[in-house]
Design a protein. Structure first.
Lengths: 179, 520
């Protein structure tokens, strides 16, 4: 494949996939590196794309794997495995007052994910957003199914806490804006 | 999936953020690098395969040559006649297996004429020290093929003679008997006599008392004395036989002879079977067919070769009147095409005189600065237009001198030369050879054609005639067929300069060529 054709592909998918990288890696330099390396890998392995699934899915899987490699190098998964298990985690009630059409909603949610630790954020990305099962997650990043499950519960709890606090801040800000 | 999870999934799964532009630049650079690496990988892989193939071929040829050499040496040094060890010589395809069965039979009467000849050849070659005796045997055997009734007798003689090589005392006697028998075949009258001798010998084996046998022999010999020409010889036989009766050990002589002959017969047969390849190889016609060294194509004395190559050239060019010192960046490198046709005569490995004709054209581009004065010899142009001196920028405000900076010139250098030299054949394997060429070239004509120059025209006075250069080239050749050889050559040429209106420094040139050689 010549570079011109590949540039078209890049232009079509880069922004979406860069967003994926930011979700996993939080900081921009790492996200850029992962995106770059992912695209180069895709370029080199283009012939291995069988054409059975969607190209975007294939490309995204490469990028996600690249992000997971970055996280592995940060020893994120070991930390996840070593953190103590919580047997029964209390599911807090959560009420979220944003409307679905709110322009800031996406930003607020991304910020919420970014305040999580690397390990929790990875689990949230893989299970909640990408839709992987816990078994798949355990195979992907090499942790046990139970760890994946328990860490997700804790991550959810932290997200709720963050969003509740953020909501309070927003209400106060809105109040001050009004007065 | 809970509402909470759905909130995240719906809002974050398909988000977009503008990618920094440097990411694509980096990707593009990586892709270029990858392409370059792939190109290099492909190149080195191809080169690797080529090297492996050439090496395999070379090894094959070397081994092939060595094995043929070893094969021949093994054959010519094989084995002592008394050896009963199986022979390891490879069997030539031309060998007729059917003869093995015939030779393996101990009954000598069944040996046909053809095989007898082979056996004769074998005996002749393997018993080098007994040539005369063996020759006699051969004669007797040949004779036996012509005369049926003499066959057995002749064979007996052969056996006796072979035995005589082991037992010194009996040698002369046996020889004499053989001669008498041979004589008897030539002269009709002696035929019966010889027959009598044979009968006596046979009789002696049956009778313990050898006195009678000796008596009988004496009678026969007395008879023979009546004929002048056989008298002396017969007497000798008689004396020998009588002497043998005086010695106790000779009583059993006949028995010993019989046993010895049987043993000897077996031994010869086994050797003959084992060394049948040797026999065939020792016969003239088979040797010629099988000796690979004699099948090599004959070296033809004349050859013509043509080669085309890439020339890399390094030289300086300046003129003292307008260029001096550090102002000039005079050195330049150039590259171009070199074509050559040569004729040669092969005398031996170290003497192969050659004469060649060479065409060389290359392009050079270089920059220099010039200090120019109003007494300069040269026409000056600025961008193709003649200019008065005062319009040339006098940067350094030197009186009547002008400095021209960064003159860029593009030259086409064309030369014709005649080359004489000698080729040394350093190594010649079956198909691959390495030669060293040493030559002297007379450059008949060399011209510099200025293709473009941006400030000053220096195209005049640059054509030269009759310059000398010397060259050394190393070439590796591969024999494509009996007459064609493909070769690659690296040739270094040195061209000394001393004076000219335009000075040129000593030139160094390297030409890498690919060529084809044709042997007449």
């Amino acid at each position: 494949m010549d570079s011109t054709a590949f540039k078209v592909i890049y232009q079509h998918y880069a922004d979406k996939l860069y967003y994926v990288c930011l979700r996993y890696l939080k900081n921009r330099p790492d996200a850029c590196d992962a995106l770059q390396e992912g695209f180069i890998q895709a370029y080199k392995k283009m012939s291995s794309f069988s054409g059975k699934g969607s190209f975007e899915g294939w490309l995204k899987r490469i990028i996600v794997n690249k992000c997971l490699e970055f996280l592995r190098s940060r020893k994120v998964y070991e930390e996840l495995e070593n953190s103590h298990m919580i047997e029964d985690y209390y599911e807090e009630p959560f009420e979220f007052d944003y409307s679905k059409e709110d322009e800031n909603l996406q930003k607020v949610l991304l910020n919420a994910i970014n305040q999580l630790s690397d390990g929790y954020r990875t689990i949230v990305n893989l299970v909640i957003i990408e839709g992987y099962s816990h078994k798949e997650v355990s195979e992907l990043i090499g942790i046990s199914v139970s760890t994946s499950r328990s860490q997700l519960v804790r991550a959810r709890s932290q997200l709720k806490k963050y969003l509740t606090a953020d909501q309070s801040v927003q209400i106060i800000n809105n109040y001050y804006d009004r007065i | 999936m809970t509402e909470f999870d759905k909130l995240f999934k719906d809002n974050l799964k398909n988000g977009k953020v503008e990618t920094p532009s440097f990411v694509w630049d980096n990707i593009e650079n990586e892709m270029e690098e990858d392409k370059r690496k792939k190109g290099l990988f492909f190149f080195f892989r191809t080169l690797g395969i080529l090297v492996v193939l050439l090496s395999s071929g070379l090894i094959y040829w070397v081994i092939d040559d060595l094995s043929e050499q070893t094969y021949f040496e093994t054959i010519v040094s094989e084995p002592s006649p008394s050896s009963k060890q199986p022979n390891q010589i490879l069997k030539p395809s031309a060998f007729d297996d059917s003869s093995t069965a015939i030779y393996s039979k101990k009954d000598q009467e069944e040996i046909n004429k053809k095989n007898t000849n082979k056996k004769e050849a074998y005996i002749y070659e393997s018993l080098a020290t007994n040539n005369n005796r063996a020759e006699d045997i051969a004669k007797v055997l040949l004779l036996s093929e012509e005369k049926e009734d003499n066959g057995n007798r002749a064979e007996d003689i052969a056996k006796v003679l072979l035995l005589s090589e082991e037992k010194e005392g009996n040698g002369n006697r046996a020889e004499d008997i053989a001669k008498v028998l041979l004589l008897s075949e030539e002269k009709e009258g002696n035929g019966n006599r010889a027959e009598d001798i044979a009968k006596v010998l046979l009789l002696s084996e049956e009778k313990e008392d050898n006195g009678n046998r000796a008596e009988d022999i004496a009678k026969v010999l007395l008879l023979s004395e009546e004929k002048e020409d056989n008298g002396n010889r017969a007497e000798g036989i008689a004396e020998g036989l009588l002497l043998s009766e005086e010695k106790e050990g000779n009583g059993n002589l006949a028995e010993d002879i019989t046993k010895g002959l049987l043993l000897e017969d077996e031994r010869i047969d086994s050797m003959f079977i084992e060394n049948k390849d040797l026999i065939i190889l020792l016969t003239k016609e088979v040797t010629i067919e099988n000796d690979p060294r004699k099948n090599k194509p004959k070296k033809m004395p004349f050859f013509i070769e043509t080669k085309v190559g890439y020339s890399s050239y390094k030289m300086s060019l300046w003129n003292s009147s307008f260029v001096f010192g550090d102002l000039s960046n005079r050195k330049f490198k150039s590259s171009g095409l070199n074509a050559n046709v040569s004729f040669g005569y092969q005398i031996n490995a170290l003497l192969n005189p050659m004469i060649g004709f060479n065409y060389n054209r290359k392009q050079a581009e270089f920059n220099y600065s010039a200090l120019y004065d109003d007494e300069g010899y040269f026409t000056y142009n600025i961008q193709g237009k003649e200019m008065p001196l005062d319009e040339i920028n006098d940067v350094d405000l030197l009186c009547n001198q002008f400095i021209l900076y960064d003159i860029k010139a593009v030259f086409n250098i064309t030369s014709f030369s005649v080359t004489v030299g000698n080729r040394f054949n350093l190594l010649q394997l079956k198909k691959i050879g390495i030669d060293l060429d040493l030559s002297y070239s007379l450059e008949v004509s060399s011209s510099i054609d200025v293709e473009s120059i941006d400030k000053i025209d220096v195209s005049k006075n640059l054509t030269e005639y009759f310059n000398s250069k010397i060259a050394a080239g190393l070439n590796i050749n591969y024999q494509l067929s009996k007459q064609f050889k493909l070769f690659v050559q690296a040739e270094y040429i040195f061209k000394p300069y001393n004076s000219n209106n335009f000075h040129r420094s000593d030139a160094h040139e390297l030409i890498n060529s690919l060529g084809l050689r044709f042997n007449f």
